[in-house]
Design a binder for this molecule. Structure first.
Ligand code: PMP
Length: 420
């Protein structure tokens, strides 16, 4: 095992560098790749540290529950030697799976983020009076890394997530990492967890950046301290239907956002607020909920975690961005791809009545990619849109988008960032 030289609290000592699995240290690791598949033992002994950590990692504090490391971005991801279980990449779903490292960076109110560092993945300590816990002062992002056939790794438009986080931070009175800091932190975290990126075509590594008011407050006010954190998890399809069409129900009672509210930013509170409607819909067998605007109860907004598009006579329409729906990066990309393919795309008010006449309906999002909608139920009426699979237009858009995301096209529109 590798050992790190510790400089902590004024004494020097060698400590073993372990990745943390949740709060407790363990000497066993999950090993996702197939070279151990035929191992006679399901619980292999560790022969090396999880990443061949170079000397640029220095542990500066070790306790039973904590192990921090600083990094200068130079580390090897040659990690093929040990494991506890394997992931069956053919069965991977969209669930959380712990990986080796997370990234953390702090900042005080009015200050700048600095000294970001990788640390073993594990629980974090938060003051019970933290603004994020008491007042929901928090944002999150979501993006994906794909593994290409040639072994390189691609990120899809990470700077767009950075910009969206900065816009959200402004709305939530939080400081935010610069676009460059955000993108570099994402790259560092992905490379440190490279072994968890599914093989080409089997899924992706979902990247979850968080921005939280972690400083303690009691009276309602912005937190005195902020934490930017990134963790990752290998994922497969978001909906259990896979790329098969999903079935939505239009929500009449609950609303996701209000004009002047926070619907247009990715704040954590937006998501807790829709759990109720989503669980009721799922209990009735629907895949998810389609929200209407809260003023007229008439215009389409979006689904719990994706944007919505309708196609009628080869014209593609989607609700316009005006503060109550999330400006999806996949939405933006699909609009650009569709226009480049010659489709007319309209961003406008789309009424619920238009669902009756639509030829195709589909949803877009980082997690769902492009998901065809098979049916939408509105006030007990069910409208169907070819429940067998993609429609002609959505299939074309799906193929173009995923080819770009997975680096299968010559012209990547400058949308992908390659890591190797
Ligand atoms: N709407 C909501 C409410 C979302 O949470 C998401 C996921 N981020 C989207 C739309 C799609 O956005 P993106 O394409 O950037 O993932």
């Amino acid at each position: 095992m590798e050992r790190g030289g510790v400089v902590s609290g004024g004494f020097h000592q060698n400590y073993i560098l372990y990745p943390s699995r949740a709060a407790a240290f363990t000497t066993r690791l999950h090993y996702p790749f197939s070279s151990i598949r035929n191992s006679p033992s399901s619980s292999l002994r560790i022969r090396h540290s999880p990443c061949s950590i170079s000397s640029s990692f220095i542990i500066h504090e070790v306790s039973r529950n904590r192990c921090d490391a600083v990094s200068s971005n130079s580390y090897s991801t040659d990690v093929t030697e040990f494991a506890e279980i394997e992931i069956d990449w053919d069965k991977i779903d969209f669930g959380f799976k712990p990986t080796d490292y997370m990234y953390s960076m702090k900042c005080s109110r009015g200050g700048d983020f600095s000294n970001g560092q990788l640390q073993p993945f594990g629980n974090i300590e938060v003051n019970p009076s933290a603004a994020v816990l008491n007042y929901g002062q928090g944002l999150f992002e979501g993006l994906k890394a794909y593994r290409k056939q040639d072994g390189n790794i691609l990120l899809f438009r990470p700077e767009e997530n950075a910009i969206r986080m900065r816009n959200g931070a402004d709305r939530m009175c939080m400081p935010s990492p610069t676009v460059q800091q955000f993108v570099e932190a994402v790259k560092t975290t992905v490379l440190a967890n490279k072994r968890w990126i599914p093989p080409p075509g089997k899924g992706s590594l979902y990247i979850r950046p968080l921005l939280m008011g972690t400083g303690a407050v009691l009276g309602l006010a912005p937190a005195p301290e902020y934490t930017f954190l990134i963790f990752v998890s290998p994922v497969g399809n978001y909906f259990k239907e896979g790329v098969a069409p999903i079935n939505l129900i239009v929500e009449n009672e609950f609303h996701r956002a209000t004009p002047g509210g926070t619907g247009g930013v990715k704040t954590i509170g937006n998501y807790a607020a829709v759990l109720k409607a989503q669980s009721i819909a799922k209990a009735k067998g629907y895949s998810d909920v389609l929200y209407l605007d809260c003023v007229h109860n008439r215009y389409l907004e979006e689904v719990s975690s994706c944007n919505i598009f309708i196609v009628k006579d080869n014209v593609i329409s989607t609700p316009e961005i005006k503060g109550t729906i999330l400006p999806g990066i996949t939405r933006k990309s699909i609009i650009e791809v569709a226009r480049s393919l010659g489709f007319k795309v309209e961003e406008r008010n789309v009424t619920v009545d238009e669902l009756v006449e639509a030829d195709e309906v589909f949803c877009t999002g980082t997690a769902v990619v492009l998901s065809p909608v098979g049916s939408i139920t509105y006030k007990s009426q069910r409208f169907s849109y070819g429940e067998d699979g993609f429609g002609t237009v959505s299939k074309q858009l799906y193929t173009s988008l995923t080819s770009l995301q997975m680096g299968l096209t010559e012209d990547n529109m400058n949308w992908t960032v390659q890591l190797s």
